[in-house]
Every structure is written in C-alpha cells, then in structure tokens.
Design a protein around this ligand. Sequence first.
Ligand code: EPZ
Length: 423
Amino acid sequence: MDSMVIVGNGPLRGKTFASGSKNAALPLLASALLAKGSHHFENVPRLADIHTMLQLLRHIGLEVSMQHNTCSLHNPGKVNPEAPYALVKTMRASVLVLGPLLAQYGKAKVSLPGGCAIGARPVDLHLKALAAMGADIMLHGGYVEATAQRLRGVDFRFETISVTGTENIAMAASLAKGTTRIRNAAQEPEVVELVSALKKMGAHIEWEKPNELLIEGVEELSPCQHSVCADRIEAGTLLVAAAITGGEVFVQNAQAAHLGAVMEKLQQAGCTLYEECCEVSKKQGLRLVAPQRIRPLQLQTQAYPGFPTDMQAQLMALLTIADGSSEIRENIFENRYMHVAELCRMGANIHVEGTDALIHGVPQLSGAPVMATDLRASASLVLAALRAEGKTTLSRVYHLDRGYEGLEEKLAQLGAKIERIHA
Ligand code: EPZ
C-alpha cells in the first residue's frame, strides 16, 4: 500500500486546475447501459473509482476503453445484468447500474454495497422507488435481485434527499412506460449534469422545480457523447490548500456557480476569492488569497445548495489553525469524523459529540504518522500536513486515489514538499 510523505513548506503559490468530476462521471458511465451503440465521454478523471466502474461495466458486457481522460464504451445490446460483490464492495456508486439494467433489460442482480467508513450507506430509497415503478425486488445472499416486465412511471417523493437515488431513478424513468415525477430530488451539479446528458440521449426529462424532475418515458435512447464538468470538491480542496498554507492559488475550472456555499465559508474565514479567466488557457477559475490568520466559524453540512458534506473534513483541517473556536455539524452521514483522531495526532484540539465537532484553533500543527480512513478524511490530512511543522507520513493513500487525480503533482507544482512512497 502506497503512502505519502509531506513536509510543511510554507505558502502555496501559483496555478493549478480541477480535473473532471468523479461524482458526475460515475452516473454518466452507468448511463451507457441505457442505449445500444457507442458512447463517448471526455474529461473523465483517472481515478480508482472510475476504474472500478469501468471494470463493472466490462463485467456486465460493454466494450470499454480509456485513453488519457477519454472513455469509449460500446454497448452491444446483449449483457449480463449482474454486479458482483467483489466489485461493488469497493465502491458504493456501483448501485448506479441497478436502475439502468432494470429499465433496459428487465432484470438485475446487484450486490448490496455494504457500509463504508462514513456510514451504513443504505440503498433502501433506491429500492423503494424501483418497487413503486413495478419492479419485483428480492434481497438474497447480500444481493438485490430485481425483475420488471417494464418499469412504469411513478409519482415518487424521496423522504431523504439522495444523490445517487435521484440519479438511479432518473435513469430508470427515462425508459419506463409513462410519466415519472421525482419529488425532493437531489440538486447537486452532478445530478444536473446527468439530466442534461440524458436529454442529449433523447430522454424527455425536465426540472419542474429546483428539486423536482418530470420524466416522460421513451421507447429507446441514443448513445451519449458528453464532456464531464470539473470536480467542484477537488476544486474546493485545492482552494483550502491555499488557505491553510497562507498562500495564493488560482484553480482553473473551479466554478463559482457550483461552490457558493464553500466560497461563503472561505470568505467568512478571512479568505479573498476572485473569479478570473486564465490569460494563457482563457479558462475560467477561482483565485484564493489567504489571510494572515484564519477566522473561526460555524458550519452545518446540507444537501446542495447547502454546504457539501464532501468538503466538511477539508474545512475542519483549515479550522484547526483558526484564531478561536469553530463548530461543525455533520447532518448527512452518521460517522464522517474519522479524520478527527488523526488531526488530533497532529496537535489539533477537536472534541466530537455525536454529529457536532468543536474545534479550538491552535497556533501550529506538527507533522506525525497518520492513517487515511476514507476519501475526504485523507484529503483533510494532506491539507493539515501542508501546514504542519515537520514531516507527516500518510498511510493507506489508496483512499485518496479514489477521488483525486494526481494530487501530489498538483500540490508539488504549487511549492508543496510532497512525495508518494510506492509500497
Ligand atoms: C453521493 O453519495 C456522493 N457519491 C457522495 O460523495 C456524497 O457524500 C453524497 O452523495 C452526499 O452528497 C456519489 O455521487 C458517487 P446520498 P450517495 O444517497 O448518493 C441516506 C465522495 O466523497 N440514504 O445522497 O451515496 C444516506 O445514508 C462521496 O465523493 C438513505 O438513508 O449519498 C445519507 O445519510 C462520499 N437511503 C443521505 O441519505 C438511501 O437509499 C445522503 O446519501 C440512500 C441514501
């Protein structure tokens, strides 16, 4: 297992960029199950989770290839509608093949994802919605075994906002018979991206309200050609790297429209943010100028457009060195504080009670051997290490590789002392 060695090296400065969005690419790749023929996706990030999804689609029967950041998938029409535990257990988003398989092939055998470090991660709402669309759902031996003559449209309200739940049902409804209304739908930019790709494939799908989708099922969809949007969470993470080191960094492809809640908190913490166009690449992005001292703040994670849970660990790292005490409330996942113990090993002063974390700012962090436990926790440890005095060794870096493309190269380019130790 690879590890990473980081030595605090002062303010980061310069230009970097956000790669394609992992959480937009995953449902887009799954949507290739909805239409026979050749699909083409650009700006797909080279990540472990993308590799897992491509392996899964290959297992199901699609011809899959990836050159640099371009993915080509050929759906021959006849497939093996099964997602085995061996693949699903490493990535919960595998559940995104369930809706498309049921809608297109009338059956699916998909392993239940099982929990992960940040929580139980149930898929009960996905199954409830598909059952309401006429699917027969059986749970057997850790697998969901589902069949459906033809899914039918439904008026379904998500009792809890679910990103992949909304995505799964939007894809299934695109080929169902009749009209589907998805109420309390997730509004994340990645969901919006999938909806626009489904439209390009011929789906009759519209946003009736910011959180409500109306879908008229069609008989057949065409293959998809799409370029994936930039990863707003990676962009936010790179902006926090500038903030925590007291630096100044331009993140190309960072979109203010997708980062409103994150920008608001960074500005509250004393950072100055500018929307700019890179004079060389002519591409839009965000420049962050860090303050001398980070101001404490309060934040709560919410579904979009609220503050994203996927940025909670990164903001916590920043607040460990703030001038005063901050409070975080994690409202989305029940166990998303795995990074706290590791941050405290680096000298942070954090107390957790249930879903609340109280962070008392300290003047300095010190490097230490720490262990990654989940994707965004590992990112927060990298951020803390960039600020800490001395050397930090981060083990189990495979967690980071699930969601960040070439992070060490990007940070080194900005002046960080960071290197990967191959196991
Ligand atoms: C998506 O996960 C993202 N993953 C997550 O990003 C992100 O943290 C999460 O949305 C919240 O924004 C992808 O898009 C691939 P949910 P998802 O269904 O869809 C409960 C990362 O770091 N729930 O929106 O799995 C659930 O337990 C990852 O990139 C049910 O109870 O999350 C949670 O408390 C981590 N039953 C809440 O809803 C269900 O059937 C939101 O989960 C589904 C969800």
